[in-house]
Design a protein around this ligand. Sequence first.
Ligand code: AMP
Length: 549
Amino acid sequence: MQTTRPRLDPSAASAGTMMDVPLTIRWIFEHNQRSHGMREVVSREDDGSLFRYTYADFGARVAQLASALVEMGIRPGDRVASFGWNTHRHLELYFAVPMIGAILHTANIRLFPEQVCWVFEHADDKAIFVDGSLVPAVARALAVRPASSRQFVVMGASQVELPGALDYEAQLAGQPSEFEWPELDERSGAILCYTSATTGDPKGVVFTHRSTLLHAFAAGMADGLGLTQRDVVMPVVPMFHVNAWGIPFLVPMVGAKLVLPGAKLDPASLIDLLERETVTVSLGVPTVWLAVRDEMERRDLRLPALKRLVIGGSAVPPSLFDDLEKRGVRTMHAWGMTEMSPIGTASQLTADLESASWDVQRAALLKQGRFTPLVAWKILDDNGEPVPHDGKTAGVLWVRGPAVTRSYYRLDEDLPVFKDGYFMTGDVCTIDRLGYLQLVDRTKDLVKSGGEWISSVDLENAIMGHPAVREAAVIGVAHPKWVERPIAVVALREGQSVDEPSLRAWIGERVVKWQIPDRIVFVDAIPRTGVGKFLKRELRERYKDLLGV
Ligand code: AMP
């Protein structure tokens, strides 16, 4: 007997299935308002004082800001820039701008004036919201190239006048505390962020509503950042850098208390907030925590409320991990990229490791971690073959997923980093049998000496383990015989000293002999990118002739 399969009628595909509701940032906002209205947001003002309000107050101001934006002529699809620290006003922009259908361009405040002009022009921002304390930086950029067609809005008090600028609070005053949010396409742009550009022009990445919402769920899972309503979270990672790792969305979604440190990022001010607000989870790049560790050690301080520091952006030096551990603070290593919204991995112990020795657990926690559920990945060797999952063989990491970008904003060329539906991260990594990713280096930072690769990260970790060293950056410098050799640029801890031969001897006990840097240069501070990573491009330029080529 012939059987016929029932034919699927595409027009009936939605009948009897789930509601087709767009995945937009509004879900986060409205859930926050329905469920977490009484929880608090604390924000450091430019004058050092602390501003506090509840999420319910925040919601009313987001609605007022939305009306103000519409009155200013902002339309769906327009870009609106923010130029600000981590503050409650910046948080309001994070919601109001995308929820009216416009795109928030979170400009990096640490760029040079020429670069600031470049990103404003490239993004074609219609309005620019500037923190009062950052008006001089914007004025310097406008002196390079005026931007007459853009509307400036100043947030908070400013010592310097920006001609024609509106005042943020005056724009909100008198606006209704409710707003009729438009229904948006989940694939429309929400946030535009430029990569930190250690090479070439910055490249823009547009996060959509859908990618932002999915990223918040994936990054926030218990084995991801693991945040809950009971947490008090302080992002030190800036809101002008990849959505502060998604925190401005994740924290209001789970309803944790949010502590925003504003412009005061010195270790004493951060510790003051950590203590005073009983912060349970804080996040930032290693540099921030190196300075906080030094201050904690100087004052022999413990922070009993602080459960976890999420550290990423560059590799966590093992010495920092150990020092924090001694003070009762667990480090969670996380890895990601602007192109990935950004969280890709977080390091927590798997079931297999729960009963392992501390040495084994420590080694796993020092790796960059295991992937979040919405990242598919492959690690390919030089022949394009997948590397074995042995935690040793390194290859280049490619990623794919609904929160990974498929191209750069307004850059139409076909770039080799986008291939077969994957994005090439440029990170050289290993993966072990338990799925822990470990970064060996950035492709461009590996040092190739006489045909052998040397990991700058391994060397930096070895050097930073020395008690007198605050930080160390390793670069490859041209060499007459070996083509390239590593040199180390080192900044010492305050009041400490060590000379080059002793430091070389220390390194020699930790890496094979041929990897010991040819020279160690001592400096007061290592130059950094706008988001706190070592500016290796500048170091390479500065020391290019050091080995006498
Ligand atoms: P960005 O887009 O500015 O966030 O930079 C992304 C790059 O930072 C990555 O491709 C890595 O090279 C580096 N990075 C981020 N997190 C880590 C980490 N935990 N360890 C080492 N490198 C990292």
